[in-house]
Design a protein. Structure first.
Ligand code: ATP
Length: 312
């Protein structure tokens, strides 16, 4: 049976300019190429969950502009329900201008635009989407008030709440108290707890600090070092699936979406994190963000390959 996920968060257009080198102040440079892609943590998680076969609703804001229209069309092409994406009148669709030079050095400007206008009223107006879901997923590239409202509605309806605490500066005590599953990376957990992560003991200490603030389960993602999961039953380190990484952007979003889908399917926390690691590993082997997210059949193929490796 199809799992039901509701994502509340950001929608961006990413414009990537390839240039021989990064420009100096006042300079005009001829670039090699321009690529337009979709981004924003909210949209990334919605698309990643939909690729895995979940029924996904997305609550967001875009501008009343060409980027906003093309974003909504792209989500619809992924079978994402878009009826609760509002178009702001006087703010543009969130946009990231990304410059990448021949040495892969980059400079990025992000304008939040319409994302900054997502509010608690938008979320209240979409409450049936959340109460009909099994998991509500939030990140913080949109205002924290919207996330708090979403988690309140989800909690009252016994719907699982999952948080990507990024950017970590926006996390509040109230939000953590409403959070069933928190999925930080190392930088974010350090920002939230003051604990730097060098060893497994550090990871456990940091996770326990989040649990003291009301979070029930923590999945700390550590890039190529895998993921450390902590809940009331204890802690487990899950090594990353060994792959040749070519582009890790969006790995965290692929992981979180896959974790949510797996939990909605009734898998245990540890098994969900294992499958999410496989999904994220596939996404880092491909260039791009949303274009790199795998389907469930690709994930199953990878799992079969791994089983064969183990048997051999
Ligand atoms: P991003 O901001 O790039 O989306 P993140 O910092 O939020 O990423 P990471 O901890 O870098 O998240 O990665 C999330 C998960 O993706 C990891 O826990 C791991 O399972 C998987 N992953 C990331 N990098 C690799 C890699 N090089 N090889 C295999 N798996 C990886």
């Amino acid at each position: 049976k199809q799992s039901r996920i509701c994502v509340v968060g950001s929608a961006n257009i990413d414009l990537t300019f390839r240039t021989p080198r990064l420009p100096q102040p006042g300079e005009t440079l001829a670039g090699h190429a321009l690529h337009q892609g979709m981004g924003g943590k909210g949209a990334n998680q919605a698309v990643a969950a939909a690729r895995l076969g979940a029924s996904v609703a997305f609550i967001a804001r875009v501008g009343n502009d060409a980027f906003g229209k093309s974003a909504i069309e792209a989500y619809q092409a992924e079978n994402i329900q878009t009826s609760c994406i509002r178009q702001s009148v006087d703010q543009p669709t969130g946009t990231a201008a990304i410059m990448v030079d021949d040495n892969a050095e980059n400079c990025i400007i992000v304008v939040a635009g319409a994302n900054a206008e997502l509010n608690a009223e938008d979320v209240k107006g979409a409450s049936s989407l959340m109460t009909n879901s099994q998991v509500v997923l939030c990140q913080l590239e949109t205002p924290v008030d919207a996330a708090v409202e979403a988690f309140r509605i989800a909690r009252a309806a016994n719907v699982l709440t999952v948080l990507t605490p990024a950017p970590a500066e926006r996390v509040t005590a109230e939000l953590l108290s409403l959070c069933d599953v928190c999925v930080p990376n190392k930088t974010e957990i350090t920002a939230m707890t003051g604990q730097t992560i060098e060893t497994e003991a550090d990871a456990l200490r940091a996770a326990e600090r989040l649990r003291d603030r009301g979070v029930k389960r923590v999945a700390l993602t550590m890039g190529g070092d895998g993921v450390f999961v902590v809940d009331e039953t204890g802690s487990t380190h899950i090594p990353a699936v060994r792959v040749k990484a070519v582009d890790t952007t969006g790995a965290g979003d692929a992981f979180t979406a896959a974790l949510a889908v797996s939990l909605a399917e009734g898998m245990s926390f540890v098994e969900s994190a294992r499958r999410a690691s496989a999904v994220a590993a596939i996404s880092v082997t491909r260039i791009g963000t949303q274009t790199a997210f795998p389907t469930m059949s690709e994930v199953n193929q990878l799992s079969r390959l791994e089983e064969n490796v183990c048997e051999a």
